[in-house]
Design a protein. Sequence first.
Length: 496
Amino acid sequence: MTELNPRLPVLIGVGQLSNRVDQGADPLEPAALMAQALHLAARDTGVDGVLDGADSIRVINELSWRYRNPGVAVADRLAISPRESLYTVMGGNYVQTLVNRTALDIVEGRNDLVLLTGGEAWRTRSDARKTETDLGWSSQSDEVAPAMSFGDDENLVGPAELALGIVMPVQVYPMFDVALRAADGISIDEHRDRVAALWAAFSQVAADNPHAWIRTPMTADAIREATPDNRMIGFPYTKVLNSNNMVDQGAGLIMCSAERAAALGVPRDRWVFVHAGADAHDHWFVSNRDELHRSPAMRIAGGEALALAGVGIDDLAHVDLYSCFPSAVQIAARELGLGLDRQLTVTGGMSFAGGPWNNYVMHGIATMADVLRHDAGSVGLCTANGGYTTKHAFGVYGTEPPTSGTYRWADVQDQVDALPSRPVHTDYAGDATVETYTVMYGREGRPEQGLFALRTPDGGRAWGVTGDADTMQAMVDAEQVGASARRSADGATELA
């Protein structure tokens, strides 16, 4: 212990809470969920009084309620007074990005004990809106100073996508999956079977996760086929292949220096070291990306995080890939060199464990910490994704100190920015080739709109839409990637 770097960042406590309002639990507002999760994290350390010494509280952007300063709202419930409060912008990447930042702050002496938390009561909030119920949740006076903002809040939707209303992840991620299918040269049925089998494996992991929202495993057939309870959303994705945000969940992490952990008396078997991390984003707008089934930022930043930790992909005993949609998992696995036949989640993923908007990864890291503690000496990787496979963060964790003797992080954005991009054409009219596509369905199970990514003769990209019933039927019945199409200047597209 005397030889251990005193500034090594360590996870000493993790807490998770699934408030089962669907099973009769009393609703909790997000600040209460977060406070309870941090209480659980404090209990997890095995010692008393840990929260009292926190010098910073850092909160992930949440959508189900607005606080002027969420960190203060949580700290008040915990009766503590950290000297600073941070609040992230939107993005599923920001849990791991915030852990990376916190690790650097600890290494460099800016902080010594930090609380990280996030929580969503989206199911309660949605039900209240439907019934016009006043939940009576708390508000803060104007005298409360706003939190320090953390992250880049630049718009992720480009003008070309915005012009045709292609702005929702449920529209874009299935197009990524169709592009994966075409790149692999497999049939529509083979692809749907692959995606369903992947998610069935995730559901099996969730069945053994006490914090998962859905713990009943599903077969691949039940996931694949559209039914009244599992309607098609954006072909080939049925409802269960989309992230499940209808949850009330909170999570908390306690990070500190190794020196502080020892001084607090936290038992050594509770320590999980943060070995290394990396962050990067792909070309900001989907329109400009070279290929829609690849993520150079994942490949470069993920590879760098592993290299900084001194481990290879085969050294990882445990992995939790960000799982908002199957395409996100497949792209990450492909870029990192992971096979789809291995376990790629420790929680069960965002469809089954729960997808509390920006905060899923905190549940992933908390679960990873428990998994590693039960497999002493092992190493795990957590990945995070924001936007449309846009913003990425990676963290390598282990129960033993990093071989380098310190936490390491690198900025690889210049490498990603130097890679090829494509021009985008908003007003293009003429012949094009279908690059990928999806069909969006309404709540009644009928197709409502077909969406295309098109390659123009100059190698650029344009987006297209159709409302034609016969065209949409052809898009789900037969492979259209590589087919000829014609686009009007307003985006209306027909297959040749």
